[in-house]
Ligand binder design. Structure first.
Ligand SMILES: *Cc1c(COP(=O)(O)O)cnc(C)c1O
Length: 385
């Protein structure tokens, strides 16, 4: 087979399976009204003009790009200040900035693990954690979602060797929150380290927006904490927080940290501004949680198939992929963006609309979305799963 034939055949089977992925070109204006219920911009910060201004100021003072990797000459003052602020927010001695969350997970797993390491992952962990385990070449086992007894069983059967348990803090397709206390206690009993990826919890959960781990669980209980900056904080990039031993290990050995250009300094400046707003405008978080309570109560009353999620990720379980596409298209025509999630991102038969709420939404838009959903439910000929 030629290259052209190989690729054409793969693309054809993707299309036939109903899994074709497409992109939309969006043109949001800064400060514009959001009817986007698909983004991870949980506090409505991504389009806040003050962040754009901080980013521009960073560009003027430090350059549009960092010019080099952190270990060469690209570690600029805004990067350093941001690391200090992130360590403070999460209650850890240090934090290390990465260009994306995908790379933070890759680099951490690769730097910590080798063939001797036993890795235990929640079945529903983010793709970057599952892929990172492969890069690390570690022996990887997956326990049933959120099932501490299953994890306990796997840990007690494991042979000698370093053990690392890895979990999302908030699961990105279900919106449920990991039992951090239970995971930390299980790890302590088996002499394992715990790594939590709090991509969707940071900025949203915790009294200070410090996430589902944050200051309540010190580095002794959760030694490896990953957070991302492209979600609630509205910018881009990610970090790993922990003690000196962890951060020094990452700086020395994490290849996805060492061999890449540092993020543009303006992005770090915008994130610093976002962290200011997290502190000075707690009403953003409060509004988000009010929206959440309202949405869940109304959706329940309407008979919509909600999952038990206490976070801004509010999936509606529709089952069939064709129905997921039908509903999401109808919503788009009504002016609403929602995520259409199908296998292989979720298991077969568990297609869903991934609706995300934001402190930047208006109550009237949420109500109109609920109305459209109720109409779709009433008009759908097939029973829900
Ligand atoms: C989004 C996400 C990532 C990746 O973060 P990026 O900065 O977008 O690369 C990692 N882990 C989880 C759980 C995520 O949801």
């Amino acid at each position: 087979m030629t290259w052209r034939q190989r690729l054409s055949a793969r693309l054809a089977s993707q299309r036939e399976a109903g899994l074709w992925r497409t992109r939309l070109t969006m043109t949001p204006a800064p400060g514009s009204r959001v009817r986007d219920f698909a983004s991870n911009d949980y506090l409505g910060l991504a389009r806040d003009p003050r962040l754009a201004e901080a980013q521009a100021e960073g560009g003027r003072r430090f350059g549009a790009g960092a010019g080099a990797s952190h270990l060469v000459s690209g570690h600029l003052l805004p990067h350093q200040l941001l690391e200090e602020r992130l360590a403070e927010l999460t209650g850890r001695p240090r934090a290390l900035l990465f260009s994306t969350g995908y790379m933070a997970n890759f680099g951490t797993l690769q730097a910590l693990c080798d063939r001797q390491t036993h890795l235990f992952q929640d079945r529903l962990n983010h793709a970057s954690l599952l892929d990172g385990a492969r890069l690390a070449g570690a022996r990887s086992r997956r326990y049933h979602h959120g099932d501490l007894a299953d994890l306990e069983r796997l840990l007690s059967r494991a042979e000698a060797g370093p053990r690392l348990v890895v979990s999302d803090g908030v699961f990105s397709m279900d919106g449920d929150v990991a039992d951090i206390d239970g995971l930390a206690s299980t790890c302590a009993r088996h002499d394992a380290w715990l790594m939590i990826d709090d991509a969707h919890g940071l900025g949203v959960l915790g009294e200070h927006g410090d996430g589902c781990v944050g200051r309540r669980f010190p580095a002794e209980r959760v030694p490896v904490l990953v957070g991302t900056l492209g979600k609630a904080l509205g910018t881009a990039g990610a970090f790993v927080a922990g003690d000196d031993l962890l951060i020094d290990t990452l700086i020395q050995f994490a290849r996805p940290y060492i061999y890449t250009t540092a993020q543009p300094p303006g992005v770090a400046m915008a994130t610093l501004r976002a962290l200011d707003l997290l502190e000075t405008e707690p009403e953003r978080r409060r509004r988000l949680h009010e929206h959440l309570d309202h949405f869940r109560a109304r959706a329940k009353a309407l008979g919509l198939p909600l999952l038990p999620s206490p976070t801004p990720i509010q999936p509606l379980l529709l089952g069939d992929s064709a129905r997921v596409m039908r509903w999401s298209l109808a919503l788009r025509e009504a002016g609403f963006m929602v995520g259409a999630i199908r296998p292989p991102t979720v298991p077969q038969g568990q297609g869903r609309l991934r609706i995300t709420l934001s402190g930047g939404h208006r109550r009237a838009d949420i109500d109109e979305l609920l109305e459209r959903l109720a109409e779709l439910l009433a008009a759908d000929p097939e029973p829900l799963p």
